[in-house]
Design a protein around this ligand. Sequence first.
Ligand SMILES: [Zn+2]
Length: 153
Amino acid sequence: MNIHEVNGKHESVQNFCELGKDAQELINAAIEARKFSYSPYSKFKVGAAIRVGDGSIISGCNVENAAYSPSICAERTAACKAISTGHSEFKAAAVVAFQQDSFTTPCGVCRQVLSEFAKEDIPIYVAKPSPVRVLVTSIKSLLPHSFVPLPTD
Ligand SMILES: [Zn+2]
């Protein structure tokens, strides 16, 4: 196990086969969702899955567009599906994509969106489509100073 400290939080690279059943199930859902990726422009397929408050899993893939800016990441596709079906509490998330030499962590925008619906620090599993090693991190490790609006009077 390779553990390093990031902003006072621990994250580690773990073997997929040694993760708990719930984490494996979440990663597998992200792998399945990635198969539906609509990414003819970047050719970069991403799948994501979110464990919501009632324990179910809601997944999504990236959806690109010819005009580029309407494109949406897999994590936000899953988040929007979750919210729009009444699941506003996120318990864990997984992201799956393939880069030869690194893990594909969520972009800054997706970190902020996931953070919005995580009542506490939640695990984020980052894996490749044939997961052997998994980066196990958390939303607060990925986004230690998320934007929180000032309270209004
Ligand atoms: Zn993103």
